[in-house]
Structure formats: C-alpha cells, structure tokens
Design a binder for this molecule. Structure first.
Ligand code: DGL
Length: 348
C-alpha cells in the first residue's frame, strides 16, 4: 500500500490580532485646529477654528488604527488657558480615564501653554493609561501642515502599551517627551518642543513608538495631589528678573493677595538687592517664595545664590518658572509648610 501521505496540518500560530484601541480625543483649540486665509500663511490665523470631528476626518488613517471618539471641550488659543480650564479638563480626563471603553486619551492643545497643561495633568490625573498632548506649529490650512501627522502619531502613542505608566506625554514632530521636562523652545519651528539637556523619552516612526528613557519623578497615580473637589487654585504669579530689576511688580502681586510667587531669577536663581528686599517682605506677609531661573536648564541649588534656609525660601530644582508655578499652586492646596513644599519640588 502506498505510503499514505497526509499533509500534516501545519498550524502556524498566527500573531493574535490585537483589537483596535479605544481612543478618545479631547479638543481644546490651538493652531492644530487653526485656519488661515491661505495655504502659505503660517501666522495670523484663528486658533481653535476647526472642530475636532473635522480634524479627525482630515486624517482617515486614524479610524484604521483605533476606535476613536471625540469631545470638543474648549475652542481657545492656549494663551487663554486658565486655572478654571485646567480644573475642568483634569476632572473630565479623570472621568474618562476610569471608563473601561477608554484605553488612551489624546488632548489637542495650543502650543503656547501646552507644557504647563501637560505638567498640571501629570500631577493630577489618577490613571496609568496614556494621556498624550498634541499640537502643531502650522495651522490646519497650511501647506505641509504638521498637525495631521502629529495627531495620527498621538493616537498611535495613546493606544500603545509602551506608553502605559509613563505619565502625561507630549508628542509632536515625531518625538515623545515627558510632561515635566519638555518646553516650547521656538516661536516658529515645527521642532519647537525640546527637553533641553535631558532629551526626549523617544520617537514615533512609521506608526510605532520607540522609548529609550523613563520619567524618574513621581506622576499621575503616584501623585499626592487631588483636584476632584477643588473649584479654584491658589493664586501664584511669576516675577521676572533682569539687570536692574526692581520690586514694583512683586509688590503689586503681594498687594493683590497672591499665596505664592515664583522668582524667575538670573543664573542660579539670583536676584537684585531691591528684589531681595521685596521677596523678604513678601515672605513676612506669608507668601511662599520659590526661586526658579529664567535660564531654563539646570538645578537652582538651595543656599546657592541666596541663604534659603535663613530666608525660608524654596528652590524649584530644575523646573522652569511656568512649571514651578503649576507645582506651587498644587502644593498650596495641601500645605504652606516650606519644608513640605521643598520636598514636593524634589519629588515631582
Ligand atoms: N495661539 C497659540 C496657541 O493656541 C498658537 C500656537 C500654537 O497652537 O501652535 O497656543
């Protein structure tokens, strides 16, 4: 009997097809939704003009890689983002992040204050799910607009397992950055978001995220800050230092009743003699003083340019002034102890 050949059923274990991630896009406005009079105009446009559904329709590939839903929360230029917007956005993100049918969240945002919103959310969102902020430097109507690919990449990132547990992320121009480190570094270039000296966390290329670093400071689910019952945030303002700077603006902030002030100092957070007198008087009024630096890189060292122990000042570590303001506002919802607040600046 001839050998019976039976074709062995060759079971090739196919890669399990991963279901498409459920992504929600929460839109706030900005240039990514901006419209100008012509395709060559990259300034002088109206930010936030285009609705989120139209943004998604302009990138049909998004629906091929995700089950996407959208919410239009605001339609503003981010220069007008304020504490009320932040509280409303953070509360909405926390509600959405708890839902089982949400795997990741993308927030479209203007680039002017994107870093501040990202850091605020990094401190108050109570989820390990990917939260990705995205914007663009050219309006949606521009030739070679950067928004569509930025939005597509942000959806990829928000649906990736690699982004889980890394805190709030910022994704533009093929890079992935940490909310704490990233800052807007150019008024006009598409690669404006940089994490000077520390670098980005990774890239997105050809629809795939590549991570090379992890954020090392506490964020999201490790954070002690809770905004769920807050209707406002303590008033904190920033006073900028320069050659010949005086205390006039600082005194006005104190008179207006701020609870904290960030000094955007020169170099290692240094100040002029008139400003020093103003900061000492502010501290005597109970205002918490944080020494940051206009330089934007490096650590503002305690007891370096000022006798912080003696003056009862706090230093911002490496947070730039606008992010130091975010952390101080949240710190003041918990404590006025400068010892405790200093611990927070070394933790987040
Ligand atoms: N109005 C600015 C903003 O919304 C435009 C900058 C941008 O979004 O790129 O932040």
């Amino acid at each position: 009997m001839g050998a019976l050949f039976c074709a062995a059923a060759i079971h090739v274990q196919a890669e399990p097809v991963r279901p498409m991630p459920n992504i929600i896009i929460v839109a706030t406005g900005g240039t990514i939704a901006g419209a100008a009079a012509s395709s060559t105009a990259t300034v002088g446009y109206e930010a936030g003009k285009i609705g989120v559904d139209q943004l998604i329709d302009a990138v049909p590939e998004i629906k091929k890689i995700s089950q996407v839903r959208a919410e239009q929360l605001f339609r503003i230029g981010s220069e007008n983002m304020n504490n009320d917007h932040w509280l409303k956005l953070a509360k909405r993100i926390n509600v959405l992040a708890k839902q089982n049918d949400v795997d990741g969240i993308v927030i479209t945002h203007g680039t002017d204050t994107l870093e501040e919103t990202a850091y605020f959310l990094n401190l108050v969102v109570k989820s390990k799910k990917p939260i990705v902020l995205v914007g663009s430097m050219r309006p949606a109507t521009a030739m070679s607009a950067d928004g569509p690919l930025n939005l597509y990449n942000a959806v990829i990132l928000a649906g990736s397992k690699e982004a889980v547990g890394k805190g709030v992320l910022v994704s533009l121009n093929d890079e992935v950055s940490a909310a704490r480190d990233v800052t807007k570094a150019s008024t006009m270039l598409v690669n404006t978001f940089r994490s000077p000296e520390l670098g980005a966390l990774g890239y997105i290329q050809d629809g795939r995220p590549y991570f090379y670093r992890q954020p090392s400071r506490k964020h999201t689910t490790e954070s002690e800050f809770d905004i769920s019952d807050l209707e406002s945030l303590p008033a904190v303002d920033v006073v900028y230092a320069y050659a010949n700077s005086n205390r006039v603006a600082l005194d006005a902030f104190v008179k207006a009743g701020v609870k904290g002030v960030i000094h955007a100092g020169m170099g290692n957070g240094s100040f002029s003699e008139p400003m020093k007198a103003g900061l000492i008087d502010a501290r005597k009024e109970g205002v918490v003083v944080v020494r940051s630096s206009r330089v934007g890189n490096g650590v503002v060292a305690r007891n370096g340019e000022a006798r912080d122990d003696e003056l009862d000042f706090v230093v911002s570590d490496s947070l730039n002034p606008q992010k130091a303001r975010v952390l101080l506002m949240l710190a003041l919802t918990k404590t006025t102890s400068t010892k405790d607040i200093q611990r927070m600046f070394y933790s987040y």
